[in-house]
Design a protein around this ligand. Sequence first.
Ligand SMILES: Nc1ncnc2c1ncn2[C@@H]1O[C@H](COP(=O)(O)OP(=O)(O)OP(=O)(O)O)[C@@H](O)[C@H]1O
Ligand SMILES: [Mg+2]
Length: 454
Amino acid sequence: MHIDMKGICKSFSSVPILKNVDFSLTDGEVHALMGENGAGKSTLMKVLTGVYTRDAGEILIDGKPVSFNHPKEAEEAGVVFIYQELNTMNDLTVEENMFMGKEIKKAFGVADRKAMIARARETIERLGVRINPRAVMRSLSVGQQQMVEIAKALLADVKVLIMDEPTAALSPSETKVLFRVIEQLKKDGVSVIYISHRMEEIFELCSRITVLRDGQFIATKNIAETDMTDVVRMMIGRDIGARFPERQAKIGDVLFEVEGLTQKGVFEDISFQVRSGEVLGVAGLMGAGRTEIMQAIFGNPPCEKGRIRIGGREVHIRMPRDAIKYGMGFITEDRKLEGLLLNDSITTNIALNNLGIISEHGILQKAKEKSLVAEAIVKLSIRCSSEKQRCGELSGGNQQKVVFAKWMSTEPRVLILDEPTRGVDVGAKKEIYSIINQLAENGAGDTNHDDQQK
Ligand SMILES: Nc1ncnc2c1ncn2[C@@H]1O[C@H](COP(=O)(O)OP(=O)(O)OP(=O)(O)O)[C@@H](O)[C@H]1O
Ligand SMILES: [Mg+2]
């Protein structure tokens, strides 16, 4: 299938988001769509698939003008969008998710479960993965849930598959499986539009790349004709130099120490020390219990056994509030579930974590609040219409920056970071690393657990 998008414009409450964007896709290619957080990648794909209506421009499929009014119409034409945040029904089974809204029926309109399970099994097998169609979605890993979404797309006779940061939550081995599946789809003549902030993946997987910057089309190039430095320059309009900032922190005394932490069946006898100024990396396979250990240290839920010492003094953390009281901070891996109030503004989200700094004698100081939030927006270059914008309206990467901003200003002594740069673009990643370094230079000890490719 051949897609041509020409001169696409889209505004939200009169703020232009897409400005005259061109995009084209040919048969059986894997086409990377790149750009900074908030550049308009997801929005462009939503315009293509009828989630949003465009204000101007045209879309041609195999030379014919089309306008999808609803994602369902796009799906019927073979254009399927797998969203940045997966859209599965966790309490339903794999088969129910795959056939939702398009059940196979027997005579008299009775759902033919047996036929659907067989079709589901067959389709999943085509992907070369093993997932039981009767399994409940909740019991699957994120990688498996994603495979179910792809299988669902295959059922709809997909010709163009759009994947928005599909590997953000995948382990390296799940990523391999996904890449193999994409190769297979390509052989079957399916085209893929691939959005990712992970440079290495783009160069491994894609044949062409289109870059957006601030809602504008910058260029479409053959992968062979570009390299990482060039892509970064197109994305942010300048060189950023090394992808990791230099480090100058002086390592001091042991600041944070855990000993023999145990949670039966989850982790056992975990001990480590972090010195002030130190950034400790915690590595391990997905599912190895890294997140659970860090959550337990933070009191969510507390450990069954073991000791925690801060600055040589033993502390008892029974709930997250205790941890915060001892000067600890936590940046979570799942911004949607734990980190952010999506219906509230950027200001509210940042302010809630910093009431101590922005109030005097229990009274909120509006001016202080304003300057704190303004500073965070500049420091992390959070792209937003104003500090009053609802977090749910921000692009994925900008939501992650707000999560970071919430904790950054509290100047924690010990900060736990669980995949802090998920979905964050190259430029902002570097800013976040710099802030981590700065916090460390000021004497904090970080435990940073991040298995992203950087
Ligand atoms: N429904 C909406 N209402 C208001 N503004 C929106 C809405 N959806 C997106 N935006 C704004 O449009 C801009 C582009 O967002 P989009 O989600 O397309 O970015 P993106 O390139 O996908 O970024 P990321 O890499 O962070 O996912 C952002 O500034 C965002 O705040
Ligand atoms: Mg996006």
